[in-house]
Design a protein around this ligand. Structure first.
Ligand code: UD2
Length: 331
C-alpha cells in the first residue's frame, strides 16, 4: 500500500479546522495539525486520538504539533517530513479571529495573521507544496452598497483584521505568480456550526444565541436586528476548503457563503422556536431584547457564490434550520 498524502491544517484544533481535519482524514489523508491551542481544543480532535489512527506513515491518521505558525513552520514540520515524507497540501486557517481584538492591537494581528501566512507561503515555496488554501474573510470588502457581493467588488477593509486578510491574499497571489505556488483564497462569510466557541463576547452570534436559547436566557440583539448576514454552515465550508486544497487551480479567490441572507431578528426568533417549539407558551421561551448597535457595524452582507459553484463545484446546501438544529445539539 502506498502511503496516503500528507496535508497540513494550521489552526486544525479550532472550530473550522477540526471539521476540516475530520473530512481530510475520512478522505484518506494523513493530517498534521499545527495549532498553538490559544483557542483550539484537543477535544475537537478526540475521535482521531486513539491508537487506530497512529501516524505510522501508511494509513489515514492524525499528528498534532503545538506551534505558532508565525514562528516557524519549518522547525515544526522538520521531524515529521524527515520521517514520513513531504507535505503535499496546506490548509491555512490559523489566525487571530477577532475583528475587535485587531482594532485594539493591530500589531499582533499583523504578526499573527499576515506573518503567519508569509511563513506558510515560504514553507510552500521552499518545499514544493502542491496547493495552499487560505481562510480569507468577507471583512476584506468593508461596507458595500451593492448586494450580493461578488469577488470583483472593490475591497475596502475597515479593520486591521480585514487589511491583514487582504494583504495575505496579495501575498498568495504574489507567491503564485512569482514562485509558482498554487494558491486559493476563500472569503468566508458568517460561518456557524458545532464546536464554535460561544464564550467570548465576540464569538459568532449563532454560537452565543444557541447557548442562551438552550439555557432559556435572553438573547441580546445589537440595534434593531434588521442587519442581515449570510450564515453558512461549517459542513459546507469544509466542502469548499477540501475542493480548493485538492485542485490544481491557482490564484483563485472565492466567496464562501450561501448566497442568501437573514436578519438577526429572524435568526433569534428561529433559534428560540427551535429550542422551545413554536407553540410553547411565551413564558417558557427565551426573551429577545435589544441593546445599542455595535459601532461601525455593516448593515447587509450576502455573498455572490457563482465562483464557488463554477470553479470548485461547491454549493452550500445546508438549510439554516438544519444547521441550527445540528448546532443546538452541540450546546
Ligand atoms: C463577521 C465575522 C468576522 C469578520 C466580519 C466581516 C464571525 C463570528 N465574525 O462578523 O470575523 O469576518 O464578519 O464583516 O463570523 N449580534 C447580536 N447579538 C450578539 C452578537 C452579535 O445582535 O450577541 C449581531 C451583530 O451585531 C451582527 C450579527 O449579529 O449584526 C453578526 O455578528 P457576528 O459577531 O457573529 O459576526 P459579524 O458579521 O459582526
Amino acid at each position: 500500500m502506498s502511503a496516503s498524502p500528507i496535508a497540513v491544517v494550521t489552526g486544525g484544533a479550532g472550530f473550522i479546522g477540526s471539521h476540516t481535519v475530520d473530512k481530510l482524514i475520512e478522505l484518506g489523508h494523513r493530517v498534521v495539525v499545527l495549532d498553538n491551542f490559544s483557542t483550539g481544543k484537543r477535544a475537537n480532535l478526540a475521535r482521531w486520538l486513539d491508537a487506530r489512527h497512529r501516524f505510522d506513515g501508511e494509513q489515514p491518521a492524525l499528528e498534532i504539533v503545538t506551534c505558532d505558525v508565525a514562528h516557524g513552520i519549518f522547525a515544526a514540520l522538520a521531524a515529521i517530513t524527515t520521517k514520513y515524507g513531504p507535505v503535499e497540501r496546506i490548509v491555512h486557517l490559523a489566525a487571530q479571529v477577532s475583528v475587535v481584538a485587531s482594532v485594539a492591537n493591530p500589531l499582533v494581528d499583523m504578526q499573527v495573521n499576515y506573518g503567519g501566512t508569509l511563513h506558510v507561503l515560504e514553507y510552500a515555496r521552499a518545499m514544493g507544496v502542491k496547493k495552499v488554501a487560505f481562510a480569507s474573510s468577507a471583512a476584506v470588502y468593508g461596507e458595500v452598497s451593492q448586494m450580493p457581493v461578488g469577488e470583483d467588488t472593490p475591497t475596502k477593509p475597515m479593520s486591521p483584521y480585514g487589511i491583514d486578510k487582504l494583504a495575505s491574499e496579495f501575498a498568495l497571489d504574489y507567491y503564485a505568480a512569482v514562485h509558482g505556488v498554487a494558491t486559493t483564497a476563500l472569503r468566508f462569510f458568517n460561518v456557524y456550526g458545532p464546536r464554535q466557541d460561544p464564550t467570548s463576547p465576540y464569538s459568532g452570534v449563532i454560537s452565543i444565541f444557541a447557548d442562551r436559547a438552550k439555557a432559556g436566557q435572553q438573547l441580546v440583539i445589537f440595534g434593531d436586528g434588521q442587519q442581515t448576514r449570510d450564515f453558512v454552515y461549517v459542513g459546507d465550508v469544509v466542502r469548499a476548503i477540501v475542493a480548493a486544497v485538492g485542485d490544481g487551480n491557482s490564484r483563485a479567490v472565492a466567496n464562501v457563503g450561501t448566497g442568501g441572507e437573514i436578519t438577526v431578528v429572524e435568526l433569534a426568533r428561529t433559534l428560540v422556536d427551535l429550542c422551545t417549539g413554536a407553540a410553547a407558551p411565551r413564558a417558557e421561551r427565551s426573551g429577545i431584547v435589544h441593546a445599542p448597535a455595535r459601532a461601525g457595524e455593516i448593515l447587509k452582507s450576502r455573498a455572490r457564490v457563482d465562483v464557488l459553484r463554477d470553479r470548485f463545484g461547491v454549493v452550500a446546501e445546508t438549510k439554516l434550520v438544519d444547521g441550527l438544529r445540528a448546532t443546538l445539539a452541540d450546546h
